[in-house]
Design a protein around this ligand. Structure first.
Ligand code: F6P
Length: 354
């Protein structure tokens, strides 16, 4: 069978591990041939391809990024975009397409499937907020990077009597913030799911210092917002650039600095910010992500040969399953109350919850 493969959206540790697993199982077990579309949907739209075979996937398991490169191209924003994609797929005799990406990538995959393209999706985002699956590959690596950073920042906070604010990624959900915050023993964790009030955050820190601690660590997701009940102007995330990409996303970032400034002003405690940014997304995948990505790759090629199209591989509990693409793009998967309560359970119960 001739199979197309692409990686779309932000890069993510484990993309190469998925490609490798698809190509190895496809070649060894099914006698497949592969065409790689470069730079996500841009490659399908503009007919940019590379041959992908056993040689090209040799040695890529531990490598971050993606050998197919990636972009946030949205064919729906280009004249006759979806039609051109379908034409280019048939030009290369592609019988099935494996689309590795987050919700934006899977939305395009869904549209193409509705128009007859045989597609299987693979869930990818370090934000871990794709519906239909318990975990996306890349998330574990990002959490490990963030946790290491929090550990390092902790020692400086302690040595200098400071409040340290660590800004992590998480556009719509706070999975990285909650996991790394719990793992790193953060004193306050702020996420998009629970808009916060700076006075209350400052009060929590002041009370902690009154109890005898002389430093604090705050972890904030880039998409965390100020509560609107204090100021109706609040409720929107802090952005560094209002320009929107083809999927309508603005560039987030800056909440850490705003927070540090306001905390210092209110408490008088010296406060600093560390913004982790793309360091969380780059580099070699963790062992967990390599295994998960490999399981997804094997699952995806098996779905292709089972003829189970319009689906996405997913992790449910410990099992790899197929879920309809429509389920994957339904809504952002938010951090559960259970997990938020774990973080809150570690705090003084008289503190106001954030
Ligand atoms: O979608 C994952 C993500 O890492 C978000 O957390 C972040 O807001 C965004 O990508 C950054 O994207 P870019 O690399 O395009 O700036």
């Amino acid at each position: 069978m001739k199979i197309g493969i692409l990686t779309g959206g932000g890069d993510c540790p484990g993309l190469n591990a998925v490609i490798r697993a698809v190509v190895r199982k496809g070649t060894f077990h099914y006698g497949d041939e592969f065409v790689g579309f470069l730079e996500g949907w841009r490659g399908v739209l503009e007919d940019m391809t590379m041959k992908v075979d056993l040689t090209s996937v040799g040695g890529i398991l531990p490598r971050g990024g993606t050998i197919l490169r990636t972009s946030r191209t949205n064919p729906g924003k280009h004249p006759d975009g979806l039609k051109r994609c379908i034409e280019n797929l048939s030009k290369h005799d592609v019988e099935a397409l494996i689309a590795i990406g987050g919700d934006d990538t899977q939305r395009i995959a869904t549209k193409l499937h509705e128009q007859g393209v045989k597609v299987v999706g693979v869930p990818k985002t370090i934000d871990n907020d794709l519906s239909g699956t318990d975990f996306c590959f890349g998330f574990d690596t990002a959490v490990n990077v963030a946790t290491t950073a929090i550990d390092r920042v902790h020692t400086t906070a302690e040595a200098h009597n400071r409040v340290m604010v660590v800004e992590v990624m998480g556009r719509d959900s706070g999975w990285i913030a909650v996991y790394s915050g719990i793992a790193g023993g953060a004193d306050v964790i702020l996420i998009p799911e629970r808009p916060f009030d700076i006075d209350e955050v400052s009060e929590i820190i002041r009370r902690r210092h009154q109890r005898g601690r002389y430093f604090s660590v705050v972890v904030v997701a880039e998409g965390a917002k100020l509560a609107t009940d204090v100021n109706p102007q609040h409720g929107a995330p802090v952005v560094t650039d209002m320009a929107r990409d083809e999927f309508g996303h603005v560039r987030l970032g800056g909440i850490g600095n705003v927070l540090a400034h306001e905390i210092e002003k209110r408490t008088g405690f010296e406060t600093r910010t560390v913004v982790l940014g793309h360091i969380q997304r780059g580099g070699t995948p963790s062992a967990f992500d390599r295994v998960l990505a490999t399981r997804y790759g094997i699952g995806a090629i098996d779905l292709v040969h089972a003829g189970d199209f319009g689906t996405m591989v997913a992790l449910r509990g410990t099992e790899i399953v197929a879920v309809p693409l429509s389920e994957a793009i339904l809504a952002t998967r938010m951090v559960s109350d259970d997990l938020i309560n774990v973080a809150l359970g570690l705090r003084d119960k008289t503190d106001k919850p954030q």
